[in-house]
Design a protein around this ligand. Structure first.
Ligand code: BDP
Length: 711
């Protein structure tokens, strides 16, 4: 008996040792891990500023604020912060609305608060005789929650808290994550395990992870989640699933996160018409989903009512229609506006919205895939109901390593366009490659479309300022799964983080966001922060270089979208690689100039002219817009073929440098994170080599020139 229990204990201990390395950070706590502050001077200064907190509100959100501030500050300061009423103690942090707190009323200006809407907040210090106060004020409890996370972030990044005077409000109203999660818990283009949502356990069992998910998102200001795949299974709208969705909505609500659903346009149709075999059959009892049919309209109205009875703050529907086999109004001779408006009418009584995706590329529209969304949607400008967004991806093709901006942006002034970015690295090395995406997103936000003259950046279009949108939105296709560290790659967390922060304020710099994230997630050692930040900031450009430099695109492995397959030519033509790169004995690249497909014609002047001319087209887009002769002289003085090889080489060199840089941090960062990232980088180096060799060797069969050496 005794021996057995000793053996059992040993086995248990061994198991524990393997699975719970006491010294290793498993990444679960993301950027909200609240490590104690190492800098003693800073700590002393904080100790003088905050000893207790007052959160007079009584809502579920107020309770979260209290718990989060206490938990965060206790851990960061390494001592107990007390929760008190707002008229006691010195060195007090007060968090409240004007209605909740006299102190807030006394020290904040109603007129300023009135400009902050429901989400904005004020953070300021107040010196009153010998009493020092820090106050967080907002109009709603969710605004206060955002302000509280901001304060915690300031402490986590060891910022100065004396003389605080900070006002913030989001530039964009709907800040959503799109999950491409299926009901069987697989995740389309997800590389971090299975879906977070355990449909078989819901609604009765609530995984604590749902709360941690909401916490993490609220800490960034994300306020909505589309929880299922755009390739939507109609079953999500069955009563049994709606109850599960409602249970999640209840968890998310106090964190200011609303739930949205992707819907299948054929949902009203009876399953008899083939729910599994095609993407056509639905869950209803109708034989059509024609948006002009009164029975179909009524079906959606009834469904909307059923949803809102369960989820009063339900956000609305995301729709992928007439795209990649998904059903849509065009099957009934109707257009995208007809389809979107029918759904919009069903949701309007409850203030719900429709996000209708512009990711459509029916071959009949135009031989050049890059032109199709524009051609289908621009004629519909002004035809959508006011609660409809048209949601477009950043580029005209599909989340490639780099694309010029989707020309729709700016071209539909009467329709609010919502921007869809991809956080999951479908085409950028999945969760294996370290690619920090904030520099890419910044390139898009700052892309000048010239839609309303110079300075009409994409940022100003989607924040509504350029074309006076009445509502604004942004969505990121998430990289989250049920892996212990959420994103598969530890550095994938930085992309989730940066997306959320940019959705709030796209003018923040990629460097600042990397800096914050590293300090909150990894270390506050300044030297290490600088080293890691530098490595992150160049990683996107490096990935472009070793995968698809100079504007190349869509030459990856069919279906899998990971490695290279430039010779792929065996599918629907606009899914092949050869369609996009067009390599031949003369040169390389897709001719989208005015004498080619004329995709340049979809951009505003002077961009159109700039892109059209091979000599003025930015080299980063050269092979996107032009079929470029192999011996075309590049700005570097090299011919295009040599430049292409040079870029592929540079990409590899960068990964080599990342490997060496990371190795130099051994012992300076958490050992578990160190080992995890080191292993991923090793694989990234191997993959970069494969991209280089495959592409250079393949294109050489056309260029018929020697592969230059740059050593
Ligand atoms: C492509 C993905 C595909 C998605 C599609 C979409 O390969 O899995 O369903 O986009 O956005 O990038 O609808």
């Amino acid at each position: 008996m005794k021996l057995r229990s000793i053996i059992f204990t040993l086995i248990t201990l061994a198991f524990f040792a393997c699975n719970h390395s006491p010294t290793g950070d498993d990444g679960y706590d993301l950027w909200i891990k609240y490590h104690s502050i190492a800098d003693q001077q800073k700590l002393a200064s904080y100790n003088n500023l905050i000893t207790s907190i007052a959160v007079p509100g009584t809502s579920a959100t107020s309770t979260i604020i209290k718990t989060e501030l206490q938990r965060g500050l206790n851990d960061l300061f390494g001592r107990e912060i007390t929760v008190v009423a707002d008229d006691t103690s010195d060195q007090l942090l007060v968090v409240g609305t004007q209605e909740q707190s006299d102190i807030i009323k006394q020290y904040t200006d109603k007129a300023v608060l009135d400009t902050l809407g429901s989400d904005g907040f004020i953070l300021k210090s107040v010196q009153n005789q010998n009493k020092h106060l820090i106050i967080i004020a907002a109009n709603t409890d969710v605004g206060l929650l955002y302000g509280s996370y901001h304060l915690l972030r300031l402490v986590q990044t060891n910022s100065n808290l004396a003389n605080l005077r900070f006002i913030s409000k989001p530039k964009i109203q709907y800040r959503l994550l799109d999950h491409w999660d299926n009901l069987d818990r697989t995740v389309e283009r997800g590389y971090a395990g299975r879906s977070l949502w355990k449909w078989d356990e819901l609604p009765n069992i609530l995984d604590p992870r749902y709360t941690d998910y909401a916490r993490a998102n609220a800490s960034l200001g994300i306020n909505g989640s589309v929880i299922n795949n755009v390739n939507a299974n109609p079953r999500i709208l069955l009563p049994e699933y709606l109850k599960k969705v409602a249970a999640l909505a209840d968890v998310f609500r106090p964190y200011g996160i609303r739930i949205f659903l992707s819907i299948n346009f054929s949902s009203p149709i009876s399953a008899e018409f083939g729910i599994e075999s095609s993407r056509r059959g639905g869950i209803g009892d109708l034989s059509t989903s024609d948006p002009s049919d009164p029975a179909v309209q009524q079906w959606w109205k009834d469904k909307a009512k059923e949803i809102y009875d369960l989820i009063p703050d339900f956000g609305g529907f995301l729709v992928k229609a007439n795209s990649e086999g998904m059903p849509g109004p065009q099957e009934y001779g109707k257009n995208h506006a007809d389809g979107a408006n029918m759904l919009a009418d069903a949701l309007a009584p409850y203030n719900g919205i429709v996000m209708w995706r512009a990711f459509v590329y029916t071959p009949d529209t135009d031989p050049d895939r890059a032109k199709r969304a524009y051609k289908e949607f621009v004629p519909l400008d002004g035809k959508f109901r006011s609660n409809v967004f048209v949601q477009a991806k950043n580029g005209p093709i599909d989340f490639q390593s780099r694309e010029p901006v989707q020309p729709l942006f700016g071209a539909m002034p009467k329709t609010p366009l919502m921007l869809e970015l991809q956080i999951t690295q479908e085409y950028l090395g999945h969760s294996t490659h370290l690619v920090y995406l904030a520099p890419m997103w910044k390139e898009y936000f700052e892309f000048d479309t010239y839609a309303e003259g110079e300075g009409t950046t994409l940022g100003k279009i989607i924040d509504g300022s350029a074309q006076r949108y009445h509502m604004t939105g942004i969505a990121g296709v998430t990289n989250i799964g049920d892996d212990r560290n959420w994103t598969g790659h530890f550095f994938g967390q930085a992309n989730w983080y940066a997306f959320g922060r940019l959705a709030w304020d796209y003018t923040l710099s990629a460097g600042q966001l990397a800096d914050e994230w590293i300090r909150m997630s990894l270390t506050s050692d300044n030297k290490v922060v600088e080293t890691v930040k530098t490595m992150m900031l160049g990683s996107w450009e490096a990935c472009i270089d070793y995968m698809t430099p100079l504007g190349l695109h869509h030459i990856m492995q069919e279906g899998f979208h990971y490695g290279p397959q430039p010779d792929f030519d065996d599918a629907r033509i606009d899914w092949t690689s050869v369609y996009y790169h067009r390599a031949d004995s003369i040169g390389l690249g897709f001719d989208r100039s005015s004498t080619g497909s004329d995709a340049v014609g979809q951009y505003f002047s002077p961009l159109r002219e700039q892109f059209d001319n091979i000599n003025t087209c930015p080299e980063k887009y050269l092979l996107w817009f032009h079929h470029v002769p192999w011996d075309f002289k590049m700005k570097s003085g090299r011919i295009m073929w040599d430049e292409l090889c040079y870029k592929y080489d540079s990409g590899i060199e960068y990964v080599d440098r990342m490997v060496a840089t990371w190795a130099s941090l051994n012992g300076k960062v958490d050992p578990a994170i160190y080992a995890h990232v080191a292993a991923k980088l090793k694989q990234q180096r191997t993959d970069a080599g494969i991209w280089h060799d495959t592409c250079v060797n393949y294109f050489q069969t056309f260029s018929k020139r020697p592969i230059p050496s740059f050593k």
